[in-house]
Design a binder for this molecule. Structure first.
Ligand code: ATP
Ligand code: BTN
Length: 333
């Protein structure tokens, strides 16, 4: 698959904000409002196409968004977070390569516990081991949260599983049913990937340490983005027509993250393990294990241990894997 990178210029975001009211706007009127040439507006509209934002063009009337765009709004997120709002320092950016990348830099510069970067759009969103995370503008939640732990990196081995539990609680609060967890870092719906978690750590084995918790949750993916994803993917819009507003959904996720991360800090993954297992998509099922060299092995998934390790019975006996050692797939996926 070709690496994909889209750059959306600030002017394109300015045009988008004018169009957000859902009304028609002529190129001429927008050029006047933004004090730029009509050619610049035309160019901005081309970038919108590339970013997967669908626009109606009607001669004589101008441009109109096919669908309303709900921008991330710090005030709305804070209002929905209520008493928990002070626990976060929210930064919203229009376009960035990767929120995890940005948060890692901020963490190294001493950013506070609870700092969170949310991007309207990522140009180089990343998954594990150099893989790409794709999203279209307004069609997903893509953000990274900084959480500082007194414990060292060794304690955090089950953290991505714990974060999965927070996502499940948030989806349930939002009325999104039928999701499940795949070890170690995915949320699935009917075997298709709905959300991914990428945790990157700073600090040492003895602590203290800082975790950058990156989450990508698909809300409404464009066909272009779906085409770019090389495995089965799904979005909230295809699961329910009553999709909660983006800001509210973000607040649900952040709110449950606080609870789960506090539980995790007190008792490690073991105190969340039963809840994780209750959502486990492949519990006691036949699975395929993909090793980093690309070789594949069949196995029977036995359990997930207190420290988050995966226990599988393979042809060579009972084996234990930690996150990063293998990729997991359903036997028939
Ligand atoms: P693993 O089991 O190792 O986690 P994975 O294939 O899910 O394997 P990740 O690194 O977790 O790999 O996630 C990145 C992968 O997710 C990409 O290689 C791509 O296949 C897929 N992907 C990218 N963007 C999306 C998206 N928006 N929705 C669902 N899947 C995506
Ligand atoms: C995965 O499934 O491998 C993890 C995907 C994580 C994607 C999110 S989107 C926000 C944050 N910033 C990134 O670059 N990646 C994570």
């Amino acid at each position: 698959m070709q690496p994909h990178s889209i750059t959306v210029k600030p002017l394109t975001f300015a045009v988008l904000r004018l169009l957000s009211d859902g009304e028609f706007h002529s190129g001429e009127a927008m050029a006047r409002q933004l004090d730029v040439s009509r050619a610049s507006i035309w160019q901005a509209m081309r970038f919108l196409d590339e970013a997967g934002v669908a626009v109606f063009r009607v001669p004589g009337r101008g441009y109109r968004l096919r669908e309303a765009l709900h921008w991330i709004d710090r005030a709305k997120v804070a209002a929905a977070l209520g008493d928990k709002a002070d626990l976060f320092d929210l930064e919203v950016v229009d376009s960035i390569d990767s929120t995890n990348g940005r948060m890692l830099k901020k963490a190294a510069q001493g950013a506070r516990h609870g700092s969170c970067v949310i991007a309207e759009m990522q140009t180089a969103g990343r998954g594990r081991r150099g893989r790409e995370w794709h999203a279209n503008l307004g069609g997903s939640l893509t953000f990274s949260l900084l959480w500082r732990f007194n414990q060292g990196a060794g304690f955090l081995s089950g953290l991505s599983l714990a974060v999965g539990v927070a996502l499940m609680r948030a989806l349930s609060q939002a009325g999104i049913a039928g999701a499940g967890l795949k070890w170690p870092n995915d949320v699935l719906h009917q075997h298709r990937k709905l959300a991914g978690i990428l945790i990157e750590l700073q600090g040492d084995m003895l602590g203290p340490s800082a975790a950058v918790i990156g989450i990508g949750l698909n809300l409404k993916l464009s066909d272009q983005v779906l085409d770019r994803i090389d495995q089965a993917a799904v979005d909230v819009h295809s699961i329910t027509r009553d999709m909660p507003e983006r800001n509210l959904l973000l607040a649900y996720v952040l709110s449950h993250l606080v609870d789960v991360l506090n539980e995790f800090e007190q008792g490690g993954f073991s105190c969340l393990r039963n809840e994780w297992l209750a959502h486990h998509a492949y519990h006691e099922k036949q699975v395929r294990l993909i090793l980093p060299d690309g070789s594949q092995h069949q196995g029977h998934l036995l359990d997930v241990a207190d420290d988050g390790a995966l226990l599988v019975r393979t042809a060579t006996g009972k084996q234990r894997f930690t996150s990063g050692e293998i990729s997991l797939r359903g036997a028939n996926a």
